[in-house]
Design a protein around this ligand. Structure first.
Ligand SMILES: [Zn+2]
Length: 105
């Protein structure tokens, strides 16, 4: 098969492309799949994190937005304003991950 990222030919059983280092196969481990999904981050996990520990910015860390995650962490969820906006955006489906992919329901 061919790497979807760099186009190099790789082994059919390959898990990671040896040319560019990008993951090409989906892990069989359900925990790893939930934490590092190939197709996008879980809408449900993001929502649960936002509702429970949202003021700490954990849901932003989860989708890869480390910078704004730290911002929320040190400002108490952007003084709870950004946190509430995030929860609304997640519920309405407007929240995206670091690669600008929509969350997967
Ligand atoms: Zn590659």
């Amino acid at each position: 098969m061919f790497c979807h990222h760099c186009g190099s030919q790789i082994e059919d059983q390959a898990y990671v492309c040896i040319h560019c280092g990008v993951r090409v196969a989906t892990s069989q481990d359900p925990v790893e799949r939930a934490l590092f999904p190939a197709e996008g981050h879980s809408w449900l996990i993001t929502l649960l994190l936002a509702v429970t520990v949202g003021p700490l910015g954990i849901h932003r860390f989860y989708v890869g937005k480390i910078g704004t995650g730290l911002l929320l962490l040190f400002t108490g969820g952007g003084f709870c304003v950004i946190w509430i906006i995030d929860v609304i955006r997640i519920v309405l489906g407007g929240f995206r991950d670091k690669e600008d992919r929509p969350l997967v329901r």
